[in-house]
Ligand binder design. Structure first.
Ligand code: NAP
Length: 516
């Protein structure tokens, strides 16, 4: 069964018919009428009386399951019965309400087929029994218990929706696909940002459907992507069981440009792949749990990951503990920002922040590439980015000095890399041919902050800011005004992403313009 793209309609303005037609034109296989939110019952009746080539789902969602229905339960059931007689095609009704009352089951049964062999009598709708957990995702045993209990009921489709905390929960929801078949259609989705992967991966399985909003104003559940996101960004039309998945592991990840540029570059290169934001809770155990899940059957479609704050060091430790390997620079700096999966399922880690920083610096300053030992480089910061970039500079023979607000962290870094250390308070007076900002100072929203006073900047110096939102940081503006050569974090961002693309797909990336 092909997974249906279901588009909910939640308002009748300017007209319900126009909204439904827009959804069908945009590619909906099924349109859901959320009567609890539409409110205008007469408009729903009018639409249902018209001939429709594609089915509707009639939903009057109860409040306790995230709906907007204000009336009492008897009224709700009576409304479903009345509208159900107009044969929308499907009726969605909550499993909890269904189980509560034999009387309600009998009433819903008047307009829905509730026995698989029910063939006589007047035409009826197919019943979708639904369950919404607005607060979390239960453990695997409970997930499976809910689905099997729902599938034991005489409904055409079981629909379960949870609220995953992170991508690990989301993959556990995707694993429910083992209960989906033509004989037992299932919808299993996650809400919120972490649920996005369940919505896209539904397309690779026998799931009955996935939901996308007509536009931002029409979202019927938190985190629901728009139909445009789905089709143009997450490649809904071409995603199949052979599609390879990639993603950005971090916490948070919603601000990142990586999904935008990697998806666009894969499309341009005709690569059958999708890149997703993958929020993974910030502790190391959560990272390990996510990676373990990618080794299970549900995680096999994943072929590579970008790794960002706070998981870069977790990634290296996990690789080595699991018996996999990482590149020399990644091991030296103790951080991995790229995970590559070979066809035999094994992982390999790289640090493309480190390698790309060197490429960007050497392209902007060929004299340093020609004589690295002649260059003194001041690295501001001692976090993940500083580790990778300082390691690359040391590897190429530059004279590196690290300084950081927290001195202890910089001391550990200078000892690990066998390079110089300076106190943070001295940073403005240190001699340097190149200054690289690897702190987050200057990053949006604090765009007027700079890690160095203007007086510290000297004509002819090279100033490289790794911060890339905004692209023209206060530090770079000051440096340009002081006659320095400047290198933006955006150049680094694109260069590290290009190296990831090369590693994963074996070809050169063509990235789109980045928005400011
Ligand atoms: P991280 O591991 O969290 O390190 C943050 C660094 O910023 C630490 O050295 C921290 O100092 C310092 N810092 C934070 N607030 C500060 C403040 N108010 N004053 C002085 N220092 C401060 O993060 P990361 O992964 O290294 O990333 C750091 C920056 O690099 C971020 O802005 C990130 O966007 C950028 N980056 C860019 C690229 C790119 O492709 N362009 C790639 C990687 C990273 P303490 O140790 O004292 O807290």
């Amino acid at each position: 069964m092909a997974c249906n793209l279901i588009v909910p309609i939640v308002s009748a303005a300017p007209s319900l018919r126009a909204r439904a037609q827009a959804a069908l034109r945009a590619g909906a296989d099924v349109v859901e009428l959320r009567v609890d939110r539409i409110g205008d019952i007469a408009a729903v009746e009018e639409l249902l009386r018209e001939p429709h080539a594609k089915p509707f789902i009639l939903t009057v969602r109860a409040r306790e399951e995230g709906g907007a229905w204000e009336g009492d339960e008897a009224e709700r059931v009576a409304l479903i019965e009345r509208l159900g007689l107009l044969l929308p095609g499907y009726v969605d009704f909550e499993y909890a309400a269904w189980m509560r009352s034999a009387n309600v089951r009998q009433k819903i049964g008047l307009v829905c087929r509730t026995a698989r062999d029910e063939s006589s009598g007047r035409p009826k709708n197919e019943l979708i029994l639904s369950h919404h957990d607005l607060h979390g995702t239960p453990d695997d045993a409970e997930l499976e218990r809910i689905v099997t209990a729902m599938q034991a009921q005489p409904a055409a489709v079981a629909k379960v929706v949870f609220t995953p905390r992170d991508a690990t929960d989301a993959l556990r929801i995707v694993a429910l696909r083992k209960f989906a078949s033509d004989a037992r259609p299932l919808i299993a989705l996650g809400m919120g940002e972490a649920g996005l992967l369940t919505r896209v991966m539904a397309r690779t399985s026998d799931m009955f459907g996935s939901f996308a909003a007509l536009d931002r104003a029409e979202q019927s559940a938190p985190g629901q992507p728009t139909i445009d996101d789905f089709r143009n960004h997450y490649r809904w039309d071409t995603v199949s069981p052979s599609t390879r998945f990639f993603g950005l592991i971090g916490w948070p990840v919603s601000h990142s440009h990586s999904p935008h540029i990697h998806n666009a570059a894969m499309l341009a290169a005709a690569v059958d792949g999708v890149y997703l934001p993958l929020p993974v809770a910030p502790d190391e155990a959560s990272f390990r749990r996510f990676m373990q899940q990618t080794l299970a059957p549900v995680g096999r479609p994943f072929a590579g990951f970008s790794v960002t704050i706070p998981h870069k060091e977790h990634a290296l430790r996990w690789l080595l503990a699991a018996g996999y390997d990482a590149g020399t620079l990644a091991r030296r700096c103790g951080a991995v920002n790229t995970l590559l999966r070979t066809p035999d399922g094994r992982y390999f880690g790289q640090n493309t922040d480190a390698t790309a920083a060197w490429s960007v610096l050497s392209a902007a300053a060929p004299e340093i590439a020609a004589n690295p030992a002649g260059a003194t480089v001041l690295v501001l910061g001692a976090g993940g980015a500083a580790r990778g970039i300082a390691a690359a500079l040391v590897e190429h023979g530059c004279r590196v000095c690290v300084t950081n607000r927290s001195a202890a962290r910089a001391r550990v870094l200078s000892a690990d890399l066998d390079c110089a250390f300076a106190a943070w308070e001295e940073r403005a007076s240190l001699p340097a041919d190149v200054v690289i900002n690897c702190t987050s100072v200057g990053m949006s929203p604090k765009i007027d902050d700079s890690p160095l006073p203007m007086a510290a900047l000297r004509t002819g110096q090279i100033v490289f800011d790794t911060v890339y939102t905004p692209p023209d940081t206060r530090l770079l503006r000051d440096a340009a005004a002081a006659g320095c050569r400047v290198i933006s974090g955006r150049a680094l961002f694109l260069a590290q992403a290009a190296e990831q693309f090369q590693l994963w797909h074996g070809r050169t990336a063509v990235f789109p313009e980045l928005r400011a």
